[in-house]
Design a protein around this ligand. Sequence first.
Ligand SMILES: NC(=O)c1ccc[n+]([C@@H]2O[C@H](COP(=O)([O-])OP(=O)(O)OC[C@H]3O[C@@H](n4cnc5c(N)ncnc54)[C@H](O)[C@@H]3O)[C@@H](O)[C@H]2O)c1
Length: 301
Amino acid sequence: MGVLDGRTALVTGAGRGIGAAIAEGLAAEGAIVMVSDAGVAVDGSGHDTGPAETVATAINERGGKAFPDCTDITDFAACADLINRAASTLGGFDIMVNAAGILRDGMVFKMPEQDWDSVIAVHLKGTFNLTRHASAWWRENRGGQYRLINFTSMSGLQGAPSQPNYAAAKMGIVGLTFSCANALKGYGVRSNAIAPIAGTRMTQGIKGGGSMDYSAANQRLSPANVVPPVVYLASEQSDWLNRRVIFAGNGRISLMSNPVVEREIVSSSGTWDIPTAFAEIETSFKEAVLYPNIFDKPSAS
Ligand SMILES: NC(=O)c1ccc[n+]([C@@H]2O[C@H](COP(=O)([O-])OP(=O)(O)OC[C@H]3O[C@@H](n4cnc5c(N)ncnc54)[C@H](O)[C@@H]3O)[C@@H](O)[C@H]2O)c1
């Protein structure tokens, strides 16, 4: 008996890394899974049916039930086909996990237009493509306990300096997830995002990642450690959880705060003159803003 017995799931990016661990984890808990992955390189080039087939075969050999697929998620029409095929092949369509991704890092002042467009196309447009067609299916098939689980990143939430394209796409995914949380709640859908950390080929190239050891030897950063909160979100038990970001990995599962008003100055007249605004912004906001984030370098002494 698994916590996902009878549930059906489509996982993108499921041929490698975190997506593969999620497909395996959902299947191990009893879900029937479509393992979707176009088998591209980290920069998005190429195409290979091998990774999806390998993961699906491994799940089936272990007694689970999985089907491979190699749709390119940047293709809107192909994603419509994929959702329909998933629903008929799996015998339903309860869980959508959008974990496919690529990287094309570079400083914003040097970034080629193509590197911006490719990363937005896979992460933001790709997540939209599947969400768009999945949500239409859920709307037509009301009465289920449906789950949208999208992948964001601390790179976006904290602003990785060499990943402007990726950070923008990942924050766009947060906005899409939050919008869907409000728009689709009435159709039985719960929409949340995961901000993971794991040692995969995506993190292999990270240099100067502080004390973080991204090698396969570091079990704390195993993609398997991202799986438990995803299984929880995929289960019917997570009915109460909607419109949130959860960080997962390195031994931690963290509920990230949603944006709220942190400090506020209010003019009794309803208007502000410049000198008063200068003075009150500094008095009220400065202390709150001067906190470090993970990308701050230690200040030179
Ligand atoms: N690894 C981390 O620490 C980390 C941190 C933050 C966010 N993430 C996010 O987690 C998700 C999984 O990352 P990962 O580290 O496992 O990466 P990965 O490179 O190991 O796997 C990504 C998979 O996505 C597939 N893919 C890429 N473009 C595709 C497309 N157009 N169509 C279909 N499939 C495509 C690739 O073939 C690949 O197998 C990504 O969304 C990534 O941005 C990862």
